[in-house]
Ligand binder design. Structure first.
Ligand SMILES: [Zn+2]
Length: 320
């Protein structure tokens, strides 16, 4: 039993901002109480004080590739990599996510089940929770169809760039139908602003009709139509997409016109629901798991506060 208290200026609870002082009590890996106002912690509870901090649920990155080491051509090199190397890559990737405040990841497009086998062997409260898909599921005759995962009924779509011979464009009528159906869409924006994308990669994307502007337009169209958005980074793909890049995904959502609160909802409560964890993660609420992030400033008015994590808690324990 490990009792801890966190006292901060405000809280984003997974849906909305609560201002005016918040005290969160954690015990045995769970949130046991959330008190508004400036109350003192009960006697015997060690308190972390962050007078300008915001506590929010640990973030959910709903689209990562844990086997990919984020080096150049990370997916291409994966085919030759011995499986004995992959455990270390998976754990290094998870540590980078955790340092950025991501306490749950959804792994997509695993190499021959390596992540599923790692997860079956390792029970680790000191690393993010891993929801893992195994091999990719795709449209009939679509991207990666030969891996055997063709389907025509689904409850979530990754990327949703709507690439055709005429380029990448999300038509309004497609967005409206997705909104009406309740299908969740993970639009994977966000890159490390310090990394310049190699010109050959930009040219290759341009030939497919893809650019940063078309991807942002697509995400904005989906949001305007009321599509259920979930946040994912596509971490691991290359140097511009390192593990732990989800804060930049949310910064880019806001840059393309999605309100900060909606971006945070996508990365917390909706992310947890879409990953099948909505009854225990993604909200700051008594009874929920104590996966928490504390950032410097108010991310609902300035999303870049996510770049300034003050503390990350996983299952009630501070991450060192
Ligand atoms: Zn991907």
């Amino acid at each position: 039993m490990t009792k801890r208290a966190i006292r901060v200026a405000r809280m984003f609870d997974g849906e909305r901002l609560v201002d005016g002082g918040v005290l969160v009590l954690l015990d045995d890996g769970r949130i046991v109480d959330v008190q508004r106002g400036r109350d003192e912690a009960p006697e015997g509870w060690p308190v972390r004080e962050e007078p300008n901090g915001t506590v929010l649920p640990g973030l959910v990155d709903a689209h990562v590739h844990l086997c990919a080491d984020a080096g150049p051509d990370a997916l291409g090199r994966l085919a030759e990599r011995p499986e004995t190397d992959l455990d270390a890559v998976v754990e290094t990737s998870l540590r980078a996510h955790l340092a950025a405040g991501v306490t749950t990841v959804r792994d997509l497009g695993d190499r021959r089940g390596a992540v599923l086998r790692w997860r079956a062997r390792e029970v680790r409260d000191d690393l993010p929770t891993v929801v893992a898909s195994g091999a990719p599921v795709t449209t009939i005759g679509g991207h990666c169809w030969s891996m055997g995962g063709e389907v025509s009924g689904v409850d979530g779509i990754e990327l949703c760039t709507c690439v055709t011979a005429a380029g990448a464009h999300v038509p309004d009528e497609v967005a409206d139908r997705l909104a009406a159906s309740g299908v969740a869409v993970c639009a994977t924006l966000g890159t490390d602003p310090a990394v310049v994308t190699p010109p050959e990669v930009v040219a290759m994307a341009a030939r497919a009709g893809l650019s940063a502007a078309t991807l942002r337009d697509g995400a904005a169209t989906l949001h305007r139509a009321g599509v259920r958005l979930v946040a994912g980074s596509d971490a691991g793909l290359g140097p511009a997409k390192p593990h732990g890049i989800l804060p930049e995904t949310l910064v880019e959502y806001v840059a393309c016109g999605i309100p900060a609160t909606a971006a945070l909802v996508a990365a917390t409560s909706v992310g947890a629901e879409v990953c099948g964890l909505g009854r225990r993660k993604g909200r700051v609420r008594p009874g929920f798991e104590a996966d928490l992030l504390v950032v410097d400033g108010d991310p609902t008015s300035d999303i870049s506060a996510l770049r300034r994590p003050l503390a990350v808690y996983r299952a009630g324990d501070p991450v060192r």
